[in-house]
Design a protein around this ligand. Structure first.
Ligand SMILES: C[S@@+](CC[C@H](N)C(=O)[O-])C[C@H]1O[C@@H](n2cnc3c(N)ncnc32)[C@H](O)[C@@H]1O
Length: 318
C-alpha cells in the first residue's frame, strides 16, 4: 500500500495522510479551510462528568456543541456527511436523549438528516429504576442533496438468497440483489467493554467496525475523514484501514498518546480489531460454562425460554 509508512502530523495540511492535533477541537477547526472533509464523524463528550470532561449546565453544553458543529459543517464538503454519535445525558436518574437535544442545531444549519441509526449493544450499566440502556444513536446528516453514498460497499447477506420470482416476466430469476441487502438503520455491534479486543484505558471508545461502515458508505479512497473528539483514534484507524486520510483533535494527552500508538499499530497491521460483520458472540451456542441457571432442572429451562411465547386469551381468567 505505502512504500514507507506515513507520518502522523500534528498540524493540518492537505498533503498529509494522518493528522492528530493535541489540543482543543475548535482551535484545530479554525485553521482548516472550508469544504475539506468528506466525512466528519464523532462521539462528543456527553456531559456526564467522565474523567475527560467537567459537568456543566446543559444549556451551556448545547452552546459548546453548537460552536463545534457549526465549524464541522463549514469544513465539510458539499457532497459530504456529518455523523454525530450520542447517548443520553443522565441527571439524577432522568435521561435527556442528546440526539433530540442536538438535532435543532443541525436543522438550523440547513443540514438534511438521512438516518437516525440505532447502535444496539448488550453490555452496560444495570439500571434498577428504569430499563437498562442498550443503544446509542448516530445522526447522519448531509450538506446537500448531491451527497456521496455507496450502499454496495456495505451490503450484508440476505436471509433467503436462493429465493426466486415465482411469477411475472422475471419468474425463475433470483429476486434478491446478489451483492447483499441494505444493512438497515439498526446496527447490532458489540460495544468496547472489558474483554473486547480493542479495549484501551479510555472509558468510552467506539468500536472500529461501527465507523468502518460509515467510512465505506460515505467516502471514497483518499478522502479526508475528521473526528473533532478523537479519543483513542478510532475514526482515523477506520479511515486508514480503507485507504482514506484521517484527522482529529484530542485534548487529553494520555489519549493522544494512545491514539498515536494505535494508529502506528494499524499502519503496521498489528492492531487488534474486531472484524466487520462478525456475528455477535453467543455463549450458549458456543457451549460456554455458566450459561444455564444452576437452580433450574433440565427441561425447566426450556419452559423459562418459552415463557414469552405463552399466550393467555384476552379476558381469560388464569
Ligand atoms: C466520547 S470520547 C470519544 C472517544 C472516541 N470515539 C474513541 O473511540 O476513542 C470524547 C473525547 O473528546 C475529548 N475532548 C473533550 N473535549 C474536547 C475538545 N474541546 N477538543 C478535543 N477533544 C476533546 C475527550 O478527552 C474524550 O477523549
Amino acid at each position: 500500500m505505502f512504500d514507507r509508512l506515513p507520518e502522523i502530523a500534528a498540524a493540518f495540511d492537505r498533503r498529509e495522510r494522518i493528522v492528530v492535533f493535541p489540543g482543543d477541537c475548535l482551535e484545530f477547526l479554525r485553521g482548516i479551510p472550508d469544504e475539506t472533509f468528506q466525512l466528519v464523524v464523532t462521539s462528543p463528550p456527553y456531559n456526564l462528568g467522565k474523567e475527560y470532561e467537567k459537568r456543566i449546565h446543559l444549556e451551556h453544553y448545547v452552546e459548546q456543541q453548537r460552536e463545534v458543529i457549526r465549524e464541522c459543517v463549514r469544513v465539510t464538503k458539499a457532497t459530504g456527511s456529518v455523523c454525530w454519535e450520542v447517548g443520553n445525558y443522565v441527571d439524577n436518574g432522568a435521561i435527556v436523549p442528546l440526539d433530540a437535544l442536538l438535532f435543532p442545531i443541525f436543522q438550523d444549519l440547513k443540514l438534511r438528516c438521512r438516518n437516525r441509526i440505532v447502535w444496539h449493544f448488550e453490555h452496560g450499566l444495570h439500571c434498577t429504576r428504569r430499563f437498562s440502556g442498550r443503544y446509542e444513536s448516530i445522526l447522519w446528516f448531509t450538506k446537500s442533496e448531491d451527497y456521496f453514498f455507496d450502499l454496495d460497499a456495505v451490503r450484508v447477506p440476505q436471509k433467503y438468497p436462493g429465493k426466486k420470482h415465482f411469477k411475472g416476466p422475471r419468474a425463475g430469476q433470483y429476486s434478491c440483489n446478489p451483492l447483499g441487502k441494505n444493512p438497515g438503520d439498526v446496527w447490532i455491534i458489540p460495544n468496547v467493554k472489558s474483554n473486547h479486543v480493542e479495549k484501551t484505558e479510555h472509558p468510552c471508545q467506539f468500536p472500529v467496525e461501527l465507523i468502518e461502515r460509515l467510512v465505506l458508505t460515505l467516502t471514497r479512497e483518499d478522502d479526508w475523514v475528521l473526528d473533532p473528539f478523537l479519543g483513542t483514534g478510532t475514526s482515523i484507524i477506520a479511515a486508514l484501514r480503507h485507504d482514506r486520510r484521517g484527522a482529529g483533535a484530542e485534548t487529553h494527552s494520555r489519549y493522544v498518546e494512545i491514539a498515536r500508538s494505535r494508529i502506528h499499530q494499524a499502519l503496521q497491521g498489528t492492531l487488534p480489531v474486531r472484524p466487520m460483520n462478525r456475528p455477535v458472540f453467543n455463549p450458549r451456542d458456543a457451549g460456554r460454562a455458566l450459561t444455564s441457571a444452576p437452580w433450574l432442572k433440565q427441561g425447566e429451562l426450556d419452559g423459562v425460554l418459552a415463557l414469552g411465547e405463552k399466550q393467555t386469551p384476552y379476558g381469560a381468567k388464569k
